[in-house]
Design a protein around this ligand. Structure first.
Ligand SMILES: Nc1nc2c(c(=O)[nH]1)N[C@H]1C(S)=C(S)[C@@H](COP(=O)(O)OP(=O)(O)OC[C@H]3O[C@@H](n4cnc5c(=O)[nH]c(N)nc54)[C@H](O)[C@@H]3O)O[C@H]1N2
Ligand SMILES: Nc1nc2c(c(=O)[nH]1)N[C@H]1C(S)=C(S)[C@@H](COP(=O)(O)OP(=O)(O)OC[C@H]3O[C@@H](n4cnc5c(=O)[nH]c(N)nc54)[C@H](O)[C@@H]3O)O[C@H]1N2
Ligand code: SF4
Ligand SMILES: [Mo]
Length: 620
């Protein structure tokens, strides 16, 4: 029996559950690939969370004066009455990756798609890079995990030592050289053989400069270029202006370091392109340009961004998109700003009040009574605190599900390993009951048993549910790296696919302003986004900045979105013009840090540019 961690994390650790006295006592990381016998601070604390005092155990209804525990019947009657009263386009569901199980995250959206409500574009994390890379490759998947131990690795916009610990361990244990590209000195940067500090939002220039140099030196793979690519000549012409001098002037990377990185690339490394790149200024364009270096090198499995599309799992089927569609799609970074378009907001598997740009506006709208906010969650988080209806959900260890990884190719059947507390009920069942109350239970989308839907969805990955349940873990086939579903059927240096959609055919660069302080968010080792504060407490309301940007030990960071008040530390290790807040959290007054973060969607996949949030600083 195996269990896979369902958190939004590259690693998707696989464990063996250890029982003592009939109760789940701990999770033992498997010694084999890909978990290598160790896990993180969160994986080590999961069992403890089963009995956390922060668990929601019974449905709650918030009234004028007090919050009451109520029966499921009463809570769902209230919710279905609100849903019935609202125009479907004024209902939105916000769900993200608090738990990556197929039944927990994906399947419940069926009901909302059937009702024709609004949905988000699921863009908060990685869609910008997915869509950007697809413009050239027709797909966004890349290297298989084992490759990280076979070749040099470049971690680009990713603090792998903190947020991708098994990828990091594979690269480090192999003793091949490691390079890193970041805007600050993270743990990864400090232990990389070649750390490269870039100015925020300028990675695209660095990547195009590397391509220019590879072309100039005639070090590209002419045979691959000839046989598999399209638009090489236009690309050659385009990159010509990205000279080492221009690269240095725009990115701040000294020429000596730039040449070292070029030489690093001539050793055919794997580039791990961090999802974070898509959350930066020019980030989608950077992802495009970085991926194209590997086309020049004739190495179509040379980059790794996300392998979620590699296995053939039919996520759209789970969400019922083969039959029904949302009436409107709102970029995740703009839900807070556009909250007046809605009457009912239903949340599961996410904590948008804290994690989305301007998520505080969702809480404010609920407080004013402008929206009905309902959330299905295992924990009393910020969204639950603001909600009118709170429904208790089981944690991943308390329900069976199927778990995939966006990094490795092991599909896992997770059996339930513990009893849910109180009256916690799984997501699929809540949807079933709601469907009955709303009179749509007979629709084909709701009639299909959730497990049957999972069986259909994973067939494309070459496995049946029966086989998966029997074996516990199934190793999936690596994808084909030599077919390119683009407009021309080739890897497009010059993207006809983009041109047909009215998008720039070549990666574009808009110089970011240099006179603004950039607030960015390297990962915090103790949490996954907003999770695990029940174990490790609140992260400190602290920002670190260069002494030349420091204005005092209490600082107000402000911009057009709002302001936050933080404790400040002057740190010469932080480059000028950058301010760091680790991960997700709040300010000194309990306001979400994301009250100031940038919600503006990126041009390709709509991901908000929150990691390049421009702010001004003043003393408190
Ligand atoms: N411990 C821990 N692990 C996690 C998470 C967590 O919260 N904590 N979150 C999980 C999730 S949801 C995700 S998406 C992944 C996060 O993975 P990613 O988002 O892919 O990357 P991070 O490791 O958060 O690191 C992002 C890095 O980008 C840098 N950066 C910011 N702006 C720029 C820029 O313009 N250029 C470049 N080159 N770098 C820039 C930041 O300084 C930071 O070090 O990790 C997962 N794992
Ligand atoms: N300032 C700042 N903001 C960020 C980021 C950052 O680095 N800095 N990172 C961004 C990124 S990369 C991401 S992916 C998003 C993540 O944004 P979210 O997906 O909102 O983040 P999590 O904190 O992982 O929220 C997960 C929620 O799901 C709930 N949950 C966990 N398991 C289950 C379950 O089985 N069932 C149900 N119903 N609920 C469950 C948890 O209790 C938690 O409240 O945040 C983004 N926001
Ligand atoms: S959060 Fe990531 S590293 Fe930690 S147990 Fe889960 S998958 Fe493993
Ligand atoms: Mo993420």
């Amino acid at each position: 029996m195996f269990l896979a961690c369902t958190r939004d994390c590259y690693d998707t650790c696989i464990f063996r559950p250890i029982y003592e006295g009939g109760r789940l006592a701990r999770l033992l990381p498997i010694g084999d690939f890909p978990t290598l016998g160790f896990t993180c601070a969160r994986g080590a604390a999961d069992v403890k969370r089963l009995n956390s005092p922060r668990r929601v155990k019974r449905p709650l209804l918030r009234g004028e004066r007090q919050t009451l525990e109520v029966s499921w019947e009463r809570a769902l009657e209230e919710l279905s009455a609100r849903l019935k009263a609202a125009d479907p386009s004024r209902i939105i569901h916000i769900d993200y990756d608090g738990n990556q199980g197929l039944l927990t995250w994906y399947f419940p959206a069926r009901l909302f798609n059937l009702l024709g409500t609004a949905a988000t574009d699921y863009s908060i994390c990685s869609s910008e890079g997915h869509e950007a890379i697809k413009l050239h490759w027709g797909r966004s998947y890349g290297a298989m995990p084992e490759e990280l131990s076979k070749r040099p690795v470049v971690f680009w916009a990713l603090d792998a030592a903190t947020s991708f610990i098994h990828g990091w361990a594979l690269a480090k244990r192999a003793k091949n050289p490691v390079a890193a590209v970041d805007v600050v000195w993270t743990k990864t940067m400090k232990s990389a053989d070649l750390p490269v500090v870039v100015r925020p939002g300028t990675d695209v220039v660095l990547a195009l400069g590397i391509s220019r140099e590879i072309i100039q030196r005639k070090s590209y793979d002419a045979e691959f270029v000839e046989r598999y690519t399209y638009g090489f000549d236009k690309f050659v012409e385009y990159v010509d202006k990205f000279t080492p001098e221009y690269v240095e002037a725009e990115t701040g990377v000294p020429r000596t370091v730039f040449y070292k990185l070029v030489e690093f690339y001539l050793r055919r490394p794997i580039t791990v392109i961090g999802f974070a790149i898509g959350r930066t200024e020019n980030g989608g364009d950077a992802a495009r340009a970085i991926s194209l270096i590997h086309a020049l090198l004739g190495d179509p499995a040379g980059f790794f961004y996300s392998n979620s599309g590699a296995w053939g799992i039919n996520f759209a089927y789970l969400r019922g998109l083969h039959v029904a569609k949302p009436s409107k799609v709102v970029p995740m970074g703009l839900v807070g700003a556009r909250i007046s378009e809605f009457d009912v907001v239903y949340v599961w598997n996410a904590n948008p009040v804290l994690t989305l740009p301007q998520g505080d506006r969702i809480a404010a709208a609920a407080e004013r009574g402008d929206i009905t906010l309902a959330v299905h969650t295992p924990f009393m988080d910020e969204t639950a605190e603001a909600a009118h209806i709170v429904l208790p959900a089981p944690l991943y260890l308390e329900k069976d599900d199927v778990v995939y990884s966006y990094w490795h190719n092991y599909l896992v059947y997770n059996p339930a390993a513990a009893q849910p507390p109180g009256e916690a009920i799984r997501e699929t069942l809540v949807m079933r009951r709601l469907a009955e109350m709303l009179g749509v239970a007979d629709h084909q989308l709701m009639r299909e048993d959730p497990w049957e839907a999972v069986d259909v969805a994973i067939r494309g990955a070459g496995v049946t549910l029966e086989e998966l349940k029997e074996r516990g873990v199934v190793r999936l086939k690596p994808p084909n790296y030599y077919t390119y579903p683009t407009a021309t059927g080739r890897v497009e240096f010059y993207s006809e696919t983009a041109a047909r959609r009215g998008l720039p055919p070549l990666p574009r660069y808009e110089p970011p302003p240099r006179d603004r302080l950039v607030l960015t968010f390297p990962p915090n080792p103790l949490y996954t986004n907003s999770q695990f504060r029940d174990v490790y407490g609140e992260p400190p309301p602290l920002v670190r900045m260069n002494p030349s940007d420091y204005v005092g030990d209490c600082v107000v960071l402000w911009n057009e979105y709002g302001e936050v008040k933080l404790r400040a530390v002057a740190d010469p290790e932080v480059p000028r013009g950058v301010a760091i807040y680790l991960g997700v959290g709040k300010d000194l007054e309990g306001r979400p840090i994301n009250a100031v973060s940038r919600g503006e969607p990126g041009p390709y996949g709509g991901t908000p540019k929150l990691y390049t949030t421009y702010v001004y600083a003043r003393t408190c």
